[in-house]
Design a binder for this molecule. Structure first.
Ligand code: SAM
Length: 370
């Protein structure tokens, strides 16, 4: 499989039907017509914070988000067309982007490209974004869903796809031990180990490895945790089977996977994925650094927009897989931290469905005692 061989409509189905189809196409065509001049790449990268900040303002206000998102997409299309008409020409291909697939990512390379993408995004996190926020978020997510912190004390935890280790550290700070983080990226593993050492955190270990082929024996961990990882891999179902395999009988797991349907929030991200699919990641990071966005804002904006695979799954797909892997007590969590989409839905905010679809697919599940 070649990942970039996906059509624009596979990447962003909202371009074929739905309330953003027309304005989305106007924007993606205007972005594409800029051509492949290096300045065009910077302009396209700047479309990301432009649309994200417009979207955030819209999602914060209580009005219908669809009209505002359409205007944001049309405004940006108009701006890009203006830049183009004032003599902004391609130096290589007379206004065409590189042939689709030119930067194709082979299946075998997906995990390396994905690992580097996240390694480069996580390593600049400030200590507040790394130490304080994740622990607060994890505590809210656990306790609001009826899981008291007493249940995790001295329990062994696997953080499968730990990134730079922010949630591994959070589990440890909340009392779990030992905590083991695994990630494919050497940048992430080195950074996570360095931060743990600087923070004098004991009983926390990091190993480089593949979440689709975990380097642990069966039945090793009291708790398995995978936060926002398997939807970026070539085989999310294998990833769930691996979590179940290494979980102890009687232990429990926590899984977050992107939701489908996902409202305007995910439609905008998928439209940006179309625009950015052939762009160089380091140029895009540099373009956002130049406008002084913090490392965690850059992570937030480039995370899903520039990763090779970004699958969105329905609850029935996830529940079907969990059950077929032998999980019991499968529960979709209805609460989240204040910033979570599911919490906005739980609070019954106006237009929550148009904004966020069904909200994050966060699950807890158990492995039966033998
Ligand atoms: C969105 S980040 C989430 C990181 C972390 N769970 C968090 O919430 O901060 C996804 C992570 O999955 C890792 N990853 C992707 N595919 C992987 C694979 N096949 N094996 C191990 N790690 C993988 C990436 O390197 C990246 O760090």
């Amino acid at each position: 499989m070649i990942i970039d061989a996906m059509t624009d409509f596979d990447i962003a189905p909202c371009l074929t039907k739905g309330p953003l189809a027309e304005s989305g196409l106007e924007f993606t065509n205007a972005a594409r017509n800029l051509g492949d001049h290096p300045f065009a790449s910077v302009l396209r990268a700047w479309c990301i914070p432009s649309l994200f900040t417009r979207m955030e303002q819209l999602l914060e206000r209580g009005d219908d988000p669809v009209d505002g998102t359409n205007s944001a997409l049309c405004d940006l299309a108009g701006f890009l067309s203006l830049a183009n008409s004032s003599g902004f020409k391609s130096i290589k291909t007379n206004g065409n982007l590189p042939v689709p697939g030119e930067n194709a990512v082979e299946d075998a390379d997906v995990k390396e490209v994905t690992g580097d993408h996240y390694g480069n995004l996580f390593r600049g996190f400030s200590s507040q974004s790394y130490w304080d926020e994740p622990a607060k978020l994890l505590e809210q997510r656990l306790t609001r869903n009826g899981i008291p912190l007493s249940e995790i004390q001295n329990k062994s935890v696997l953080d499968s796809g730990c990134g730079g280790g922010r949630y591994s550290a959070a589990w440890r700070l909340l009392g779990a031990a030992p905590v083991v983080g695994v990630d494919i990226s050497s940048i992430n593993i080195e950074d996570a180990a360095r931060r743990a050492e600087l923070g004098n955190l004991e009983d926390i270990f990091y190993k480089q490895g593949n979440v689709l082929d975990l380097l642990f024996d069966d039945d090793e961990f009291d708790i398995v945790f995978s936060n926002g990882v398997l939807h970026h891999t070539t085989d999310w179902e294998k990833g769930i089977a691996e979590l179940m395999r290494v979980l102890k009988p009687g232990g429990w797991g926590w899984l977050y996977l992107i939701e489908n349907p996902g409202g305007v929030f995910w439609d905008v991200i998928e439209i940006l994925r179309v625009v950015m699919k052939d762009e160089d990641k380091s140029t895009s990071r540099a373009a956002l650094q130049q406008i002084n966005l913090s490392a965690n804002r850059i992570f937030y904006m480039l995370d899903h927009v520039m990763v090779p695979i970004n699958l969105r799954l329905s609850p029935s797909e996830i529940e079907g897989c969990l059950h077929s892997c032998g999980a019991v007590n499968v529960r979709r969590l209805q609460r989240g931290a204040d910033i979570d989409r599911i919490e906005h839905i739980f609070q019954g905010e106006q237009y929550a469905e148009q904004r966020f679809g069904i909200g994050e697919n966060r699950y807890v599940f158990s492995k039966p005692k033998q």
